[in-house]
Design a protein around this ligand. Sequence first.
Ligand code: ZN
Length: 359
Amino acid sequence: MRLPAPDLQRLDRLKKYPLAAKHAPALRDFVARAQPYELRRVNPLYLAERLRWSRNETLDVLTYAVAEDLWRLHWEAYCPACGGLLQESGNLGDLHHHQVCRVCGWEGEIALDRELAVEASLSEDVRRFPPEERDNAAFRQTVQSRLGRLPALALVNRPLFRELLGAQTLPPNQSLGVERLVVFFSDLKSSTALYERLGDAQAYQLVRAHFDVIFQAVEAEGGAAVKTIGDGVMGTFFEPQAAMRGIAAALRGLEAVNQRHDLHGENRLRLKVGVHMGACIVVTLNHRLDYFGTTVNVAARLSDLSGGDEVVLSETLLTDPATRQLVASLGETRPLHTTLRGLSRPISTHRLRVGEKDR
Ligand SMILES: [Zn+2]
């Protein structure tokens, strides 16, 4: 049986996306030269390594490629006890929340950042392989022992993925758990007065500049700006240290905007930030994937407690000594005694004024 010739021109569909266009030639080259075992059920971290792209670049290009039917995803649940495959599907929504391992008997709920991993295969419309070259278990095993698996949350957390593929990834009536995520909310203090003082158009220019500062600072630390809410931002990070570095960079960046636009006193843009860490769920709402749960609600409430130029963070972020040390190096912290209404248990919180130590 003769296989059809590779149809690499299909990959040029990526050129219509400005973000993916510059990567399209390298990807086409890779697909043309790669061994069959490198293109089937491959860990996206391996693609990043081979193509010398950052993890986020790779995940975004892959998202466009999946949206254009050039690649497809495999969602896989692995047993946390023995590492065996529990279930796999091309649709994340098909995976059962509750799993029992047939090998070792482990039983429990699966989470997007823990048991779930994602891999990707090149579409057979682009390049077909003879059946005898389909088994790449040994190769995948080597990649996994070297690079680990890519947690499904790493892809699901990308803003581009949630926007383009979110709705088809998880049906609206389903949810999936995340065991641990850092969630932050930011808001501009007295933005109503700002609009009144400067007029809508000029105030909005500043608000836009402030969004850019936050988006860039968050992205630079591997986080994701999930959405804007009025003049505020909700975002996520996987690691507390990256979160605190990103948020501190946003506060410093906003101070630079104030100086650039000569904003003093009452006119200064002041950021209120709340950060919390814990479990949450991912659901599809308004055709996008979004995060919900107590952790998200608490983070929002903490940003309300901030007086401006200030981060209110929960004690949960400081349990790890390295994060505690990092936060101490960012500025002055003081315990904030407060109880959040509606919470069954009180949580300890701290105020952080970034850079205050050096002033
Ligand atoms: Zn097991």
